[in-house]
Write a protein that binds this ligand. Sequence first.
Ligand code: NI
Length: 138
Amino acid sequence: MTDLVRFGISLEKELSDKFDRLIRGKRYTNRSEAIRNLIREELVKKEWLEDKEVAGAITLIYDHHKRELIGKIVDIQHDFQNIIISTQHIHLDHHNCLELIAIKGNPKEVQKLTDTLKSARGVKHVSLSMSSTGKELI
Ligand code: NI
């Protein structure tokens, strides 16, 4: 079991009110859980900045009618198979496909994969969700 530590925080009233409004809007029921998550967010950012092993997902939107594009996307993924742990393909409508690429590995490699996918002609949108392996989070 993890030890709990209690500590007080001094804040300007206006900042404290803003924080309470912010976390209420995000459905938090108490400040502690909101502050825990803010700390975790910073720790995850640090993992990405310090080249730790990270995890996350790349979301890719493209038109599957562009035949040469599908081949290119497959080629790119084979070049990065060391960091791709899973790919899911979803047919959004008659034209558009959504691909979810789950990644785990070095942040620079993940960024390189994301940029390579973004630069493929015909890809409509790419977004990277930067998360954590969870190993260094409590
Ligand atoms: Ni499709």
